[in-house]
Write a protein that binds this ligand. Structure first.
Ligand code: 2P0
Length: 317
């Protein structure tokens, strides 16, 4: 069965908060790198005989909240393209779903691309990223490969992702599996709680947006130390407002591994940095030539190494 493949992406500058929940309009511009090891493949078949959508995920028919979220995005796309027919969605994930790795990014990017393909609409990548955003914010960035900026914009038209003109094949992401259990509070809910409860949320937004130009500049120059330092700052700024709102996604083990990363950097002079999403697992940022040494220095941490991945592509399912 033919399908569309979308890879997960890791935000080097984080998106954490919506100005408009209906269209996932973010409070900040974010920058990401697309990973090549975790991805979703999705097929969509339009079926005029169906009276409701059918969604198969990893061999099981979806029900409940997950089903509702997929159907909401399908309904949004039907409205957008002025279509009526229901469809069968078949999707396979090879992502640590809901462990804090952005499975919704690859899922909604693949679903968007597969639906557009199924109805035969002619849509360019910019528009595809706008439509993917309506399903899940981070999905807007997974349309593209490489290093990507999601311009926050001020409405549907101006909020889209764009691939940056950066080739950096030596860049590596090391996905640690510190705690693979399902996270307690989804990002969607966590963001809302943060906006409502964190007193310094507005300051956070300004500090976050101030990092965009320096991050893009450092990526352009392949300066791993600057990229790593800014990525850590972005993640820690996000964590500070989460904590202000009473949200803690880290475990003691997360903090212990962060200390190890800092010590590897200072003692061994290895450029390795960390980032994290709304979960306990860290993603380490380094270069190809340092991967073996980093893994040797973290013998107790389960790690999966990823290079830089491509954008939406055709794949067999
Ligand atoms: C990011 N995260 O920039 C941030 C950092 C998690 C922490 O985007 O509600 O699943 O679907 O727009 O995209 C995860 O949030 O949230 C996310 P919705 P999403 O990668």
């Amino acid at each position: 069965m033919k399908s569309k493949r979308a890879n997960v992406n890791i935000a080097l500058l984080k998106y954490w908060g919506k100005k408009d929940q209906k269209i996932n309009l973010p409070h900040q511009t974010s920058v990401s790198v697309t990973a090549d090891i975790f991805y979703t493949r999705t097929n969509v078949e339009i079926d005029e005989k169906l009276i409701r959508d059918k969604v198969m995920l990893d061999g099981k028919e979806l029900t409940g909240l997950q089903y509702t979220r997929v159907v909401q995005h399908l309904s949004t796309m039907r409205e957008y393209f002025k279509r009526k027919e229901f469809c069968v969605v078949t999707s396979v994930n090879n992502v640590y779903v809901r462990a804090g790795y952005a499975s919704s990014a690859s899922s909604f990017a693949a679903l968007t691309a597969a639906y557009v393909d199924a109805i035969g609409a002619k849509v360019n990548e910019k528009e595809l990223s706008q439509i993917a955003r309506l399903g899940s914010g981070s999905a807007t960035r997974s349309i593209h490969g490489g290093f990507v900026v999601w311009h926050q914009g001020h409405d549907h038209e101006s909020s889209f992702a764009e691939k940056l003109p950066i080739e950096w094949p030596e860049f590596r992401m090391l996905f640690t599996i510190i705690d693979p259990s399902v996270k307690r509070i989804s990002s969607r809910i966590g963001m809302q709680i943060t906006i409502e409860k964190a007193p310094s949320y507005d300051i956070y937004v300004r500090q976050s947006n101030d990092l965009v130009a320096p991050m893009i500049d450092a990526l352009m120059k392949h300066e791993i130390d600057t990229v790593g330092r800014i990525a850590e700052r972005s993640a820690e700024l996000m964590r500070n407002v989460m904590l202000e709102a009473g949200l803690e996604y880290h475990t003691p083990m997360t903090q212990k591994v962060i200390q190890s990363i800092r010590s590897i950097r200072s003692k061994h002079r290895i450029p390795v940095y960390y980032t994290f999403d709304a979960g306990p697992n860290l993603i380490l940022l380094t270069l190809d030539k340092h991967v073996d040494q980093v893994m040797k220095l973290l013998p107790d941490v389960k790690i999966q190494v990823s290079g830089v991945g491509g954008g939406i592509s055709d794949a067999d399912l």
